[in-house]
Design a protein around this ligand. Structure first.
Ligand SMILES: [Zn+2]
Length: 486
């Protein structure tokens, strides 16, 4: 629970009385011998009150997996996984029915001079009417009760996707909805939504009763269908993708990239990967490799990345502690999500840029704490020798994993997906203070200072595999627990 104030014993008792010592997540009683954790029901950060009403007890098991979610979010997440369980496609209709018990109710309306009157909730609601100058279709904007909404199977045949829905759900916990969902209504008062379904679904899941919509009156379905396809099709990239993205891989992939960006539809790493395979006769391995290399190059070429100054490929002329090949086996292998990702470029789901920034920050911390003012082959003093041991082939492979594991525990990532996407997210600057502490903890360990006349330790640290140095770490108690300890 973030931003928590300490609860006094009396306050804890009050909360327990109110909830009868039951875990708020699933209502199960918490055994007498088990410790109780207290969490916010509504997120503290999004203005949930700090009063006792907003605090509830949680069992140990659920406390371990709740991460940074509030209890309400956590319950909604569990319910969402259940909703999608079984693997059959779910549509907006299914979701509304699940939440409201009914959906697609007919909406009575009446059109008068320049406005439309809707009848719901025992009263009449007037909205001004507009006409599209091109098609002459009438439309209006309204925030309407969810039960009148239905899914437009004809214009929006795609089912809902759980990950998109969840990301938007969390997004709307702190952000406003910028553009409305788009609907149409026919003469019978059937109102269906054909664009922005995940946005609407995410808000309904969060318990909203009204959804913000732009509604067309009886538009020409065939034309609308074409327009809707166009909006997501070939014209999309023109207006929706940035110039920066268009240029991003042009140097590396040349015409392949430009040709791909010119094709119809959403653009993503996996789209490009398929394009390289199908249209460019690359093997899957080649395609994947090329995308990965482009990512690595961006990280190494980032001017903020201080660790790049210690790469042989970048700065020849004196002995350097690192090579590009070593970065691949360490930071890139363990700290980046391996391509290709399905997330649409520059969409709300695309965190590649954040991932890159996070890794550059971490690599810079490592350069500052482990190499700056220390790495000096010409002096070859004690500080340099220590740095040599820290950055020897096997050692770095082992401590990069150690650092990743410690960071994952610190960030409370418990699921495989969270662990795998460890840096593929926004991470607050605040957290990097902890990461710096972990790095220092590792570099301060006595393993690097050990006078070792036999040379055995040095030999084990430099063996270029992922296990030899690790077993030495275990013997010398350089472990995740040690890194996290104070
Ligand atoms: Zn529980």
């Amino acid at each position: 629970m973030t931003g928590k104030r300490q609860l006094s014993e009396t306050e804890k008792q009050k909360v327990l009385e109110q909830h009868e010592r039951r875990c708020f997540v699933d209502g199960e009683p918490i055994p007498e011998e088990e410790p109780i954790e207290f969490h916010h029901i509504k997120p503290f950060s999004s203005g949930g009150p700090t009063s006792l009403d907003n605090i509830a007890p949680v069992c140990k098991r659920h406390h371990r997996t709740i991460g940074t979610m509030s209890l309400q979010e956590y319950r909604d997440k569990i319910e969402l996984s259940r909703f999608f369980e079984g693997g059959e496609s779910k549509f907006l209709d299914d979701l509304i029915r699940h939440k409201k018990g009914q959906c697609g109710e007919r909406l009575n309306y009446e059109i008068k001079e320049g406005h439309i009157s809707l009848y719901y909730g025992d009263s009449k609601h007037d909205f001004p009417l507009y006409a599209c100058p091109t098609t002459k279709w009438g439309y209006f904007y309204g925030t309407l009760p969810v039960k009148y909404l239905g899914n437009d199977r004809e214009l929006q045949p795609r089912p809902l996707r759980e990950p998109n829905l969840w990301k938007l759900y969390r997004h709307f916990q702190i952000n406003t909805q910028i553009s409305p969902s788009i609907c149409r209504i026919d003469d019978n008062g059937t109102l269906v939504l054909f664009d922005g379904q995940h946005k609407a679904a995410a808000q309904i899941w969060a318990g909203r009763l009204m959804i913000e919509c732009k509604i067309y009156l009886n538009p020409d379905k065939r034309l609308l269908k074409e327009t809707n396809l166009d909006a997501h099709g070939p014209y999309r990239q023109m207006s929706f993708y940035s110039h920066e993205l268009m240029q991003k891989y042009a140097d590396i992939f040349g015409e392949d990239w430009i040709e791909y960006m010119d094709t119809a539809g959403e653009k993503s790493e996996s789209g490009f990967y398929n394009f390289l395979f199908h249209a460019k006769q690359k093997t899957w391995a080649q395609a994947k490799n090329e995308i990965a290399l482009a990512m690595y190059k961006e990280i190494v070429d980032d001017e903020a990345n201080k660790l790049s100054r210690y790469l042989s490929e970048k700065h020849r002329g004196r002995k350097q502690p690192l090579t590009f090949a070593r970065l691949k086996k360490t930071f890139f292998q363990h700290m980046l999500v391996s391509p290709p990702l399905e997330d649409e470029f520059e969409s709300d789901n695309d965190f590649r840029k954040d991932e890159r920034c996070n890794l550059v920050k971490l690599m810079t911390i490592i350069a500052e704490e482990g190499l700056e003012g220390k790495w000096a082959p010409e002096r070859a003093d004690a500080a340099h020798k220590k740095a040599e041991r820290i950055f020897s082939a096997g050692a770095i492979r082992a401590w990069v994993i150690l650092l990743r594991d410690a960071t994952n525990i610190h960030l409370k990532h418990y699921t495989d997906e969270e662990r795998d996407r460890f840096f593929y997210r926004v991470i607050q600057d605040e957290e990097f203070k902890y990461f710096r502490r972990f790095v220092n903890k590792i570099f301060d360990h006595k393993i690097w200072d050990d006078p070792d006349p036999s040379g055995e330790i040095a030999a084990r640290l430099s063996k270029d595999d992922a296990t030899t140095a690790k077993s030495l770490f275990d013997e010398k108690e350089l472990t995740v627990q040690w890194v996290l300890g104070t």
